[in-house]
Structures are given as structure tokens and as C-alpha cells.
Design a protein around this ligand. Structure first.
Ligand SMILES: Nc1ncnc2c1ncn2[C@@H]1O[C@H](COP(=O)(O)OP(=O)(O)OP(=O)(O)O)[C@@H](O)[C@H]1O
Length: 692
């Protein structure tokens, strides 16, 4: 019985049984592929193998095959890499048609491909005649023709696999590189290519193997001339007619080469494993495995590593580390390279003026050194605003002046606007030092000088001892600080931080916030920082810009926003109760239902927001008597701990949900639990009415 049961299916890795109906055809499929290969192995006359493979015809054909396949690979790389990049990164009309065209040689019978090549590049072909009369180039019956035929059928393998690798490479790495001052070609050479190198290698290996095995298009287009176009597959075809054993030996050679390529790739092509995706700092946890004293992930930094004390010999004041860095002529951003204090080209203080239109519609003016927290609900347009300032989105357009320079029409790499995306987007193939030196190199600073300056910046941010680590060996907080060092080292005139502390745990956050504050204090440009964290907004920023639907709801100093939030969303973000409504003679008639009495009413009919701090909400078990004018019955819906206090969410039939803050001791005395019936009261003097 047991045996019968086992025979019905095998257990899979996930513990599921593979049904016989699937397992059987799958096994048959493997056998179907295996039998012909086994046939070659079984019928090879091993004793004659050496003689067969060293015959002059075979060695000559092998030579031609190698020449043709490597030239074909070179040609495929030259043409295919840019084509794959274009397909993956640029939207253009007819893209689907171009992609189909690339795929066509993969599905076309190779002999048809050969005929097509004859009609295109043959002596009487569309272009062949011109090639002959203008350049004296004839492709058919020449080795060059065999190269063209092999490239025609093999290049699609490169384009397709590379396009897949590029699609897996998040575009923010390239965008960040541009924001550090690198032009498109430099970005491609120093970021894109290294990051897709495994995918490129896999595609190249496949392309080469396909070119090596090419037969149909070659014989049709280039003929079968010994020593000129006769490659190994053509040799196999010839040998089959005279000596099956010799044909088998050469087939074995081609089989071994193809297998070796596949083994080397280890499924990379099919599985997309050639793509480097980089790290997402939030998801990575690292330990200090090499024992160099670097903090572990999620751990806290000792004070001496939070930037409070810089490395020996390093000045503790922020600001560009050297005053004399040369900018080479002809560098990517040379004409508009951001100038640092003391570099002879500016004062190092850059006020900002921006007029944004499109999805975001706002005007922003800020003095040098201002840090602005950009807050707002999901979809408010925060990221769009940042991308508009970078010149990276068509969804909004920013007329942008930084200092005396209008950068509106400049491409992203010439604006002097550095961007630190949420996960830092450190380039995974470069060390922390290489990452930090990136912007300096892009601006034309020499290698040694750039590395020296980069080291100073890393020291300043308290991560100098990690200079030689790759991003994958850094914790989230360390990576965040390297990303900040990298952005500051590029000497931007405007710094854009997208949720700089989002990936950190609470205790690490406090340390990094402290470091960030210190270093932003010395920055001569404006810093815009998107955040969802009220503490971050209030503690790091000089101003808070509240966005909703792409518009400015409020732009004020943190204290003003905290006291008089002009949107329910901000009030709630800051932990306050906020009820919209219309002012009445003595307070507010709320939108929906309910009334509220306020000590300082607004003119009747004014649209207003009633803001009540949670500490001003009293919770009782019985209806309170005495002075409070605002008393409502309710039921406890939720109790959460916040620091040493408890936040009690009360639902009431008379007013919107209300949050009160009480001590654990008071909660215990009142016997509060979820669902307890309570009364809540708020003094009229504790209600602030804000006109909206
Ligand atoms: N590429 C895009 N194409 C079309 N609409 C987009 C695109 N990117 C964003 N949007 C839309 O634009 C609006 C603003 O998006 P944005 O990403 O700027 O908001 P956000 O404030 O950054 O939000 P979140 O806090 O969720 O990140 C949203 O309605 C969003 O759906």
C-alpha cells in the first residue's frame, strides 16, 4: 500500500506532491532532450577522436569558426548594447515594432535569414550593390559574409538578455549618478554597464555560442568555401556524407563547447540572475563580521561615531573639505559645475527660487542654508516636486534659480541639484569611498584628489572607517550616511533628501538625525527633505512645506505648523485632533455633525479647523460636572503606548474620533480598556481655531 502511494508522485521542495500527470510528461521531455545527446556520446569512436579533431580540414574549420564567432560577438556588442539600452530606457514611437524585428531572426528559419541577407547585402541586394561600388566590399563567399550571417542570428540573444538585465536595474541609480554631475555617457560607462555586467556576460556567452553553431544563414549567404567561410557546423554537414564517425567527433566538440557555456551561465539567462539590483537598505541586515568595530545593523553608534567628533586631523565644521580643488576642462559638468566656497567662483551660498507648474503648482523661495521639510499625504506630489527640481519628470516643470544661476533649461547633471533617494541608491559595485568620490570625479577632479576629499567627507559623517566596504556590507544607517556624504561631496547648490531616516530603527534614527542636523547646518544651499515623520519635520527643518494635491497648504516654521496646522492631515501627523468646520458665534459647527465651543471664536461663517492637543482631552468614567463646555459621551476604541504615556482613541456619536493622552496611572485608576464607556471633555480655552 505504502509503495503504491509513493509511486503516485514525488515530494517537491515545498512539501507538495508532484502529480503523476505532470511528472510523467516532464520526465519524457527530459528524456527527449537527453537521448540525442546520449546518442552522440554513445556513438563517438573515442579511439579516433584525436585523429578526427586534428585533421587539417577540421582545424581549419575550427579556426574559421573562432574567427567568425568572435567577430560576430564584437559586432553584436557594438550594435546590440546600445540597441538594448534604447529599448529598455527610451520611449520612442514604433518601439514594439523594433522589438519584434530584433526577435525575428530567432524565429525565422536560418536559411530564410540567409536568403534575406542575400537580398539585402548580396551583390544584387538592396545595399550590396552600393557596398561593392562604393567600398569594393563583397560579403557573399567572404569570411566577412559569414560574420554578418552569424551576427544576424546571434545578436538578438544579446539584445534580449541585456534588455532584461536593464529592465531589472532600477533607473534611480542612473538618475542619482546624473544628480551627482555625471553626463549620460559617463553614467552608462560607470554605473549602467558595471551594474549589468553579469547580464551582459551571460548574453555575450550565449551570443558567442549561437554564432559558433550557426549553419543555415551562413551556408545560404556566405557559401561553403574551405578556409574562407567553412565553419565547424558546415564541416559536420560535409563529413556526414563521407564519414559518420568524424562528423560525430566534431559534433561532440560543438556539444561540449555549448554545454560548457551553459554550465558557466548556470541558468542566468533564463532566470534573469545576471541582474544586479543593489540593496534596499531597509531590508538588509548586516553584522560586524570582520570585527573592525563598525556598528551592526540596527544598532546604535557610540557618540564618537555619530559625527560628533570627526576623525583625527579633520575639521569638525561642515562644508566642502578643500578650498582648492581643480575642475578639469571638458568634464561632464565643467561649464556649470557647482562651485564650493572658496573655489573662486562663488560665495558658496545659494538661495533658491522655484516656480513649479504641472501636477505641482507652487512657488518656493528660500534663503541659503534653509532646510525645508516637505510633508503631505500619499499622492500629494512630494516626489513629483523633487523630480521636477531635478529635471527628471515631464509631470511638473520647475523654473529654477539657484544663487544667481537659472538652471531651468539645464539637464539634470548640470543643475547642481543632488538627490539622495530613499534607500540611498549607493552604487553596489563601488566602495563607500568610490561612491563618495563619484560626484567629484564627474566634475573633473583627479582620481587621487577626489579620493582624498571623499575620505574627508566620510570621516566627517562618521563612517570614514568603512571607506573600503561595498554597500552590501553596510548597515542601513551606515549606507544612509555614505549616501549623504556622497551627495554633499558633489557640492550641490540644492540638496534633495527623500525620507533620509525612513529605513532606520527608532534609536538609530535619533543618532542619525543628530548627525544630519549638524551637517545640514553647514550646507550653503537649500535642502528639501521629504518626510512622513513629524519629529523629523519639526526637529530638522527650518520650514515645513505642506502639500496636498500638488498645492501648498501651508509653508511656515515648525512651531507655527504645530500650533496652527492648516490641514487635518498635518494636525494628525503631528498627533493632534483636527476637525474641519465653519465658525459660529461661539466656536465651530463641524463638517458632518457636532458643535464645539472655543474661547477665541473666528468671524461667523469662516471656514476653520479646530485643533485640540491630545493632552488637553480629559477622560472620565462619569459625566463631568463643572466648567468644561465641551463634553461628549464615547467609547474607548484603542489604547496605545507612546513614550511614558497612553494615547486613548475615543469614538463618540456626537463628534468625530478624538485622541486623548493620559498617564498609565490615570488609565489604571479609571479602569480603562478597549470598549469601556467614557466621557471626554475639552476646555474652550484649549481649542484653537485656525482659518483655512
Ligand atoms: N509616472 C507617473 N505617471 C502618472 N502619474 C503619476 C506618476 N508618478 C506619480 N503619479 C501620480 O502623481 C501624484 C503625485 O505623486 P507623488 O509620487 O509625487 O506623490 P507623493 O506625495 O510623493 O506620494 P507618496 O507619499 O505616496 O510617495 C499621484 O497621484 C500619483 O499617482
Amino acid at each position: 500500500m505504502k509503495r503504491h502511494h509513493r509511486g503516485r508522485g514525488r515530494t517537491t521542495a515545498s512539501g507538495l506532491r508532484a502529480p503523476v500527470a505532470l511528472a510523467l510528461p516532464a520526465v519524457l521531455a527530459v528524456a527527449f532532450l537527453l537521448v540525442p545527446m546520449a546518442g552522440i556520446l554513445a556513438r563517438t569512436s573515442w579511439g579516433d577522436l584525436g585523429t578526427h579533431l586534428t585533421s587539417p580540414e577540421v582545424t581549419e574549420a575550427l579556426r574559421i569558426s573562432l574567427v567568425v564567432s568572435f567577430w560576430s560577438l564584437g559586432l553584436s556588442l557594438l550594435l546590440g548594447v546600445p540597441l538594448a539600452w534604447l529599448l529598455a530606457r527610451v520611449d520612442f514611437p514604433g518601439k514594439a515594432v523594433v522589438r519584434s524585428l530584433v526577435l525575428l531572426p530567432m524565429v525565422l528559419p536560418p536559411t530564410v535569414g540567409g536568403v534575406a541577407l542575400l537580398l539585402g547585402f548580396g551583390r544584387r541586394g538592396l545595399l550590396g550593390g552600393l557596398l561593392d561600388s562604393w567600398f569594393g566590399v563583397q560579403l557573399p563567399f567572404h569570411t566577412a559574409g559569414a560574420v554578418v550571417a552569424a551576427t544576424f542570428v546571434s545578436m538578438p540573444f544579446l539584445v534580449i538578455s541585456l534588455e532584461g538585465a536593464l529592465a531589472g536595474l532600477h533607473v534611480r541609480y542612473e538618475e542619482t549618478a546624473a544628480s551627482l554631475g555625471a553626463g549620460p555617457l559617463r553614467v552608462f560607462r560607470t554605473v549602467t554597464l558595471p551594474m549589468i555586467a553579469p547580464g551582459l556576460a551571460a548574453g555575450a556567452a550565449l551570443t558567442w555560442a549561437r554564432a559558433l553553431g550557426e549553419f543555415g544563414a551562413t551556408i545560404t549567404f556566405a557559401g561553403n568555401l574551405p578556409g574562407v567561410t567553412q565553419t565547424l557546423p558546415l564541416q559536420v554537414y560535409l563529413l556526414l556524407q563521407d564519414s559518420t564517425e568524424a562528423a560525430t567527433s566534431v559534433s561532440l566538440l560543438l556539444l561540449v563547447i555549448a554545454t560548457a557555456v551553459l554550465v558557466a551561465l548556470r541558468g542566468r539567462w533564463a532566470g534573469g540572475g545576471g541582474t544586479v539590483r543593489g540593496r534596499t537598505s531597509g531590508a538588509v541586515t548586516r553584522t560586524d563580521a570582520d570585527g573592525d568595530g563598525a556598528p551592526d545593523a540596527g544598532g546604535t553608534w557610540p557618540d564618537h561615531m555619530t559625527g560628533a567628533s570627526a576623525a583625527p586631523g579633520t575639521p569638525a565644521t561642515p562644508g566642502p573639505p578643500t578650498a582648492t580643488t581643480a575642475h578639469a576642462e571638458g568634464a561632464d559638468a565643467a561649464p556649470t559645475a557647482p562651485d564650493g566656497p572658496g573655489d573662486g567662483s562663488g560665495t558658496g551660498r545659494w538661495p533658491l527660487h522655484a516656480d513649479v507648474t504641472g501636477f505641482d503648482r507652487l512657488t518656493l523661495d528660500a534663503a541659503p542654508g534653509t532646510t525645508i521639510a516637505v510633508v503631505g499625504p500619499n499622492g500629494a506630489g512630494k516626489t513629483t516636486l523633487l523630480r521636477a527640481l531635478l529635471g527628471l519628470t515631464p509631470r511638473a516643470h520647475a523654473v529654477l534659480t539657484l544663487g544667481a544661476r537659472d538652471v531651468t533649461t539645464l539637464p539634470p547633471h548640470r543643475r547642481g541639484v543632488a538627490w539622495v533617494p530613499q534607500d540611498g541608491a549607493l552604487f553596489p559595485h563601488l566602495t563607500a569611498l568610490g561612491n563618495t568620490a563619484y560626484g567629484l570625479r564627474a566634475h573633473g577632479t583627479g582620481r587621487a584628489e577626489a579620493r582624498r576629499e571623499a575620505q574627508l567627507w566620510l570621516d566627517r559623517l562618521g563612517v570614514g572607517h568603512l571607506a573600503h566596504r561595498k554597500p552590501a556590507q553596510l548597515s542601513g544607517g551606515q549606507a544612509g550616511r555614505v549616501a549623504l556624504a556622497r551627495a554633499l561631496a558633489a557640492r550641490p547648490r540644492l540638496l534633495l533628501l527623500d525620507e533620509p531616516l525612513a529605513a532606520l530603527d527608532q534609536s538609530t534614527r535619533a543618532h542619525v538625525r543628530h548627525t544630519l542636523r549638524r551637517h545640514l547646518a553647514g550646507f550653503g544651499g537649500v535642502c528639501l527633505m521629504v518626510t512622513h515623520d513629524p519629529v523629523e519635520a519639526v526637529s530638522l527643518a527650518d520650514r515645513v512645506l505642506v502639500l496636498e494635491d500638488g498645492r501648498t497648504i501651508q509653508d511656515a516654521v515648525p512651531a507655527e505648523v504645530t500650533r496652527h496646522p492648516r490641514s487635518p492631515w498635518v494636525a494628525r501627523m503631528l498627533g493632534r485632533n483636527a476637525w474641519p468646520g465653519t465658525a459660529t458665534g461661539d466656536g465651530l459647527r463641524m463638517t458632518g455633525a457636532g458643535r464645539l465651543v472655543a474661547a477665541d471664536p473666528l468671524p461667523e461663517g469662516t471656514g476653520a479647523l479646530a485643533v485640540i492637543g491630545p493632552e488637553a482631552v480629559s477622560v472620565h468614567r462619569t459625566r463631568p460636572s463643572g466648567s468644561p463646555r465641551n463634553v461628549w459621551p464615547g467609547r474607548v476604541r484603542e489604547i496605545t503606548a507612546l513614550g511614558g504615556r497612553l494615547r486613548v482613541l475615543v469614538g463618540s456619536p456626537e463628534v468625530p474620533d478624538l485622541v486623548g493622552e493620559i498617564t498609565p496611572q490615570a488609565a489604571a485608576e479609571l479602569g480603562l480598556a478597549e470598549d469601556t464607556e467614557v466621557w471626554v471633555s475639552v476646555k474652550a480655552t484649549e481649542v484653537t481655531l485656525v482659518p483655512v
